[in-house]
Design a binder for this molecule. Structure first.
Ligand code: OSB
Ligand code: MG
Length: 368
């Protein structure tokens, strides 16, 4: 498959509801989309970089510049027999995983379409239905949060994850547990605590949580290993795992018992698969994280979640929780038992609504 050109574009999409984490509130998204033009077939992917360097150092502008000036020129004009070969072509660029993932995954999408295969099969998936949970942000009041949880439980979601930070944690978790003693519940701190908060974090052990996600600093593994020794609750790492080597270290030093895989954070599907396989080998369950994706990134998350060690419900939920109108058809929908059945068709099974994307585009550049 020859990579003839790459288009990068930015679309703007307002979220239905704001999404707040310990690092800030998002009301509307600037989304960078990548299209790989390959001999009559277009592959699409979404870059998960946010509006600012808050989840990680990457944001829309660094991803745009890195794709335009370095990554796209490294693959345009080359001929690949498999999309994963693109990772080696881009490896001279250090970091910038979200930018790399967008281009690599657009090539996987194109590759699947060229080979007329479902993307999930090309990735090595085996599950025919994926398990879904929801991630619920910090709200203006406890009552609002409880109401949101109720809505999502009624919709059938299998696991509730709430965002926590100092001042929005123990009291909230205790109210949730009182009302729903049996649901599968977890929390995500997005690096809001320090090891010196140990005595406070011990209180989380009272709530029978499935996990506490990324309690400590965003690139730390060592201190998480000290914390995991002191807690009953399993730690799950998100931000700290940027490549398979990080997962290897985290497992070796017992810094976590669960790993969240986000293809954007780790640089694309090939590194996601490497981490998946490593975790499977060490009997560490993984689940697929989310980054408030449009249907394009969401469809990729569905495909990735079909690999066999995705044993816990992911943050892969329905389009309508985020968007008035999604940019793919059909939209991503979740069954009343909290699953997404995988579509057994070529590509992702979700087609990009090109006219709508065009209307939402604020800038685009093609690298030939
Ligand atoms: O840490 O998982 C996270 C959203 C933005 C940045 C970081 C995270 C999240 C989520 C959202 O939790 C999950 C979703 O897309 O539904
Ligand atoms: Mg997280």
């Amino acid at each position: 498959m020859k990579v003839e050109a790459v288009t990068i574009r930015e679309v703007r999409m307002p979220l239905k509801y704001f999404f707040e984490t310990s690092f800030g509130r998002t009301e509307s998204r600037r989304v960078l989309l990548v299209t790989a033009h390959c001999e009559g077939v277009d592959g699409w992917a979404e870059c998960v970089a946010g509006d600012g360097p808050f989840f990680s150092y990457e944001w829309v502008e660094t991803a745009w510049a890195t794709l335009r000036d370095f990554l796209a020129p490294m693959v345009v004009g080359t001929t690949l027999s498999e999309a994963k070969e693109s990772a080696a072509l881009m490896s001279r660029v250090r970091g910038h995983n979200m930018a790399k993932a967008a281009l690599e995954n657009a090539l996987w999408d194109a590759d699947a379409r060229q080979k007329q295969q479902p993307l999930w099969k090309l990735l090595g998936g085996t599950l025919s239905e994926i398990a879904c949970g929801v991630s619920i942000g910090i709200q203006d009041s406890h009552e609002q949060l409880l109401e949101k949880i109720e809505t999502e439980l009624n919709a059938g979601y299998q696991r509730i994850k709430v965002k926590v930070k100092p001042g929005w944690d123990v009291e909230v978790l205790s109210k949730i547990r009182k009302r729903w003693p049996k649901i599968i519940l977890s929390c995500d701190a997005n690096s809001a605590y320090r090891l010196s908060d140990l005595e406070h974090l011990r209180m989380f052990d009272d709530f029978n949580l499935l996990m506490i996600e990324q309690p400590l600093w965003n690139d730390d593994i060592y201190q998480h290993s000290k914390l995991q020794r002191e807690l009953k609750t399993s730690i799950c790492l998100d931000e700290s795992i940027r490549q398979a080597g990080d997962a290897e270290m985290a497992i070796e030093v017992n810094a976590c018992r669960i790993i969240n895989i986000k293809t954007g954070r780790v640089g694309g599907f090939s590194e996601s698969i490497a981490i998946h396989d490593l975790c499977q080998h060490h009997n560490i369950p993984v689940w697929c994280g989310g980054m408030l994706e449009t249907g394009i990134g969401r469809a990729h998350n569905v495909a990735l979640s079909t690999l066999p060690n995705f044993r816990l419900p992911g943050d892969v939920s329905a389009s309508k929780r985020y968007w008035a109108e999604d940019i793919v058809a059909p939209e991503i929908e979740v069954t009343p038992r909290g699953t997404i059945p995988v579509r057994d068709v070529t590509g992702t099974g979700y087609e990009v609504k090109k006219d709508l994307v065009q209307k939402l585009t604020v800038r685009a550049e093609t690298i030939r």
